[in-house]
Design a binder for this molecule. Sequence first.
Ligand code: SAM
Length: 457
Amino acid sequence: MAMLGQRRQQRSATRKRLESPGAKRDDEGSVVIERLAHDGRGVAHDREGKILFIEQALPGEEIEVAIHTQHGRYDEGHVRRVLKASDERVTPGCAHFGRCGGCDLQHQATDGQRRHKQQVLREHLARHDIALPEPLTLAGQAWGYRRRARLGVRVGSDDRIHMGYRVRGQDRLFNIEQCPILDPRLEALIEPLRALIETLEVPRRLGHIELVAGDDHVMITLRQLRRVPGDLARWQAFARTHEILLSVLCGEGDTPVLERLDDYPDTWPHYRAQPGNEVLNIHVRSGDFLQANAEVNHQLVAQVLAWAEVSEAMPVVDLFAGVGNFSLTLAAAGARVIAYEGRESMVQRLRDNAEAAGVSDHVEARRADLASAPAGLEDAALVVLDPPRAGAQGICQSLAVKGPSRVLYVSCEPATLARDVHLLISGGYRLVRAAVADMFPQTAHLESLVLLERQPT
Ligand SMILES: C[S@@+](CC[C@H](N)C(=O)[O-])C[C@H]1O[C@@H](n2cnc3c(N)ncnc32)[C@H](O)[C@@H]1O
């Protein structure tokens, strides 16, 4: 799953940014926002009928607009003044909102954000003439939820340290001082990290910092281009002070070496697949995929289990299985799971997680490139798939020709989900259930989950 804020409207080659970043064309009069675009911006028309995409504007609002970028067929802008506010407008919870490149929807009440996300899924499916069954909503805390993040680090030409997220559409980091969507244990590290980086001998050797908050441990992984022994000693002291796990991924190119710098080299972050279940633990290492929101992931796993309707020894295939987020729970319920994952290191982690949870006799983990379907999917009673944003076109083409009676598709990109569901429906499946998971509150990203059943022939 990708970082926040990558779903912006494609920038047109013909765009014209007005004179300087601060420059604006203030439209005379006001516009009324008609709806939200899928990326969370308000959509309106100017007096000539040209489409406007306006940041931080909500449906029904009357606003004065400041245009900052002009294109042939549409313009982009932001709110200069709200003349009539929506009932859903709230005060953003972060001082950086609108500038850091992360959140899109902090100005909208959480319920409105969730209704918008259901509408986005509905509209993507409607483009393929598919009706959305009344969707369930899976949701948790609107703040302090994010358990993984990557902070970029750069040293400016003036030697100032920049640490934060990349500004949307630009090759520039926004210096963050807070990030209230982060798990509070991670947010509390922002200022100490900056203070430490300012003392490093060679901060330019630091590329980025990956932060992960497991149920019991916080881990940070440094991407360091070259070993700087004095700096590594500073990091070791930092890990002790803050009682965190610390790894460094060192070296240039594609084969950097991972080294532990803390006093607990055999301990890695983990989370419980089901709340309160002390046996089903999912361990992750640096760079492994991890669902970003622990609370919503619990609901996601529970929903997959509920829809799976597992019976003893039921054959299930879990595609894009990661380190076993769904496989372990399905196996613990009695399914015989074949789990496919593309990264060898994660396949091994899935095996280790299954072993530690006592379900290895019910889980077989295989490495495969899932650009195309592995053989034998039709022999399963259920195929679960959870692909990256690009979706699973090749696999759905195969399933449409020869697939099991049920397919459960988890998606982080509604456009590719709709394309793939269309393929499955063309092959004889019916969309029977849907859920929208608010995995990333305050942003326009949504996770969704659908169940398809093959129509009897
Ligand atoms: C969205 S994650 C889902 C992981 C897991 N289901 C979970 O819930 O944690 C997608 C997974 O697909 C894997 N993946 C991406 N492209 C792949 C490919 N072409 N073949 C196999 N696996 C791939 C990634 O490594 C990642 O683990």
